[in-house]
Design a protein around this ligand. Structure first.
Ligand SMILES: NC(=O)c1ccc[n+]([C@@H]2O[C@H](COP(=O)([O-])OP(=O)(O)OC[C@H]3O[C@@H](n4cnc5c(N)ncnc54)[C@H](OP(=O)(O)O)[C@@H]3O)[C@@H](O)[C@H]2O)c1
Length: 221
């Protein structure tokens, strides 16, 4: 089994990489710097690191060529950008970046990966969403909009994928202990990325039978 994980160099992406490495998945990782992530445990059949900014066409071409070479069973659209700036304070360039990374890139990677997932016996895409994609709050309107959009896309593509045996699933974490929200005063009490990575792993391994579990939401008590 091969997994493509975007934003694999740190945060949840790195934790996911370690989780899937432990179970012997072949790893196709996007890391903007091009450097492989530190201490990936376990015996992996192979690891291919794709460098470059995900919003650049060259990076997407590289992803396409790598999937053509190795095939893929699971795609985890994880890379993301957060901002709690108000709409009036946010430069338009930043609106474009957040919308691209959180919303448009998962759509484009889905388009690229789809034919390879059709060839897999257990093809799936897991989109890392957020509770901000379920309930919007006043302080993150753009981030929330990108995650609402991603949710709509996931739900539609899950319906498209069923006849071909491809599941399109979502994880909705609350605030998680990563750099993304390191500024928060309650950082030590946030959800661990390990708990979210375990949920991703469980969701992938829970195949559809008469019951379709399409998402998991993780919130703090
Ligand atoms: N942390 C939270 O509280 C929280 C809660 C709910 C959902 N999420 C979601 O969880 C996912 C993972 O976030 P995280 O908390 O692990 O964040 P993080 O620690 O800030 O990591 C973000 C990752 O995305 C990559 N990335 C961002 N923009 C990129 C670009 N243009 N090209 C290539 N890579 C890019 C980063 O690469 P670089 O290292 O090169 O910047 C990094 O690997 C995101 O989708 C996020 O929205 C996070």
């Amino acid at each position: 089994m091969n997994v493509l994980i975007t934003g694999a160099n740190r945060g949840l992406g790195l934790t996911l990489t370690r989780r899937f490495a432990r179970d012997g998945f072949g790893l196709i990782l996007t890391c903007r710097s091009g450097n492989p992530p530190d201490d990936v445990d376990g015996v992996v059949p192979f690891m291919r690191v794709i460098g470059g900014d995900l919003t650049m066409a060259a990076t997407l071409i590289n992803i396409h060529e790598t999937l053509d070479e190795f095939g893929v069973d699971l795609v985890v659209n994880n890379a993301g950008v957060y901002s709690d700036e108000s709409l009036q304070d946010m430069p338009s360039e930043k609106i474009i970046v957040i919308s691209s990374v959180n919303f448009m890139i998962p759509i484009m990677i889905t388009q690229i990966a789809w034919p390879y997932l059709e060839k897999s016996k257990n093809g799936a895409i897991i989109n890392i969403n957020s509770v901000a994609g379920l309930n919007s709050s006043y302080n993150e309107p753009v981030y929330s909009a990108t995650k609402f959009g991603l949710r709509g896309f996931s739900e539609a593509m899950d319906k498209v994928g069923r006849p071909a045996g491809i599941r399109v699933l979502s994880i909705y974490p609350g605030a998680m202990k990563t750099d993304m929200v390191r500024h928060r005063e309650d950082w030590d009490n946030l959800i661990s990325p390990e708990a979210v990575a375990d949920a991703v792993f469980d969701l992938y391994n829970r195949k559809y039978d008469s019951l379709a579990v399409t998402s998991i939401t993780l919130e703090r008590f």
